[in-house]
Design a protein around this ligand. Sequence first.
Ligand code: DC
Length: 241
Amino acid sequence: MSDIEVNDLPDVQLAGPVITVDGPSGAGKGTLCQMLAAKLSWALLDSGALYRVTALAAKQHAVAMDNEAGLEAIAAHLDVQFQVSDKEAGVQVILEGENVTSSLRTEETGAIASQVAAINSVRSALLERQRGFQQSAGLIADGRDMGTVVFPSAELKVYLTASAEERGQRRYKQLLGSGNNANLPQIIEDIRARDDRDMNRSIAPLKPAEDAIIIDSTSMSIESVFDQVLQAAVKAGLLSE
Ligand code: DC
């Protein structure tokens, strides 16, 4: 079993290459990043999970969304572990000793995370923790500001997007597939609202880094996206053919 303690201090000596993958929710970043991390045997940072965990901790401690100092304190003192004990079950997220994996991915948590993520001091409190995921082998960093703010000198930057309708369809199918009820127009509306918040906040807004390669996955399979990124990684000297 390997645990990653997000409280670990970053070790600059260990800093290896980084591939950043930014883009709006539902564009396929999570799947792409898992495929890249497995192919390269690199570590993986799911930065959205840190904002989601902050949202859950705020809810748990009844810290209101307008209590900036309270939210900053929550982000600065997160007691969270990402455990990979069973490949089938995937990463388990333990917050203050409690397994919160199932509530992490809900729409409600995502919506609160998006609000929490718009607060400057929360982002600053999470910055070094994110950089602490860097490892000598290499790191795949998944998020919104990985290439623009957290890892500006990354060796390869990808911006993965897709239309809101396509992302809504994917989420809709995913929810139906896991036995949930789902309302497609509502999902698309929520996606648009989240995009709007993430792209128009004053701090670290979602946008492609100037040196990012932009991939629109609206009519692409995840395998084609993966192949395109691998080719770019070869070109950047991160991988041999
Ligand atoms: O990727 P995700 O859906 O798990 O992210 C949840 C929220 O966190 C999303 O609405 C935006 C925010 N986020 C962010 O602002 N910066 C990141 N690097 C990652 C996520």
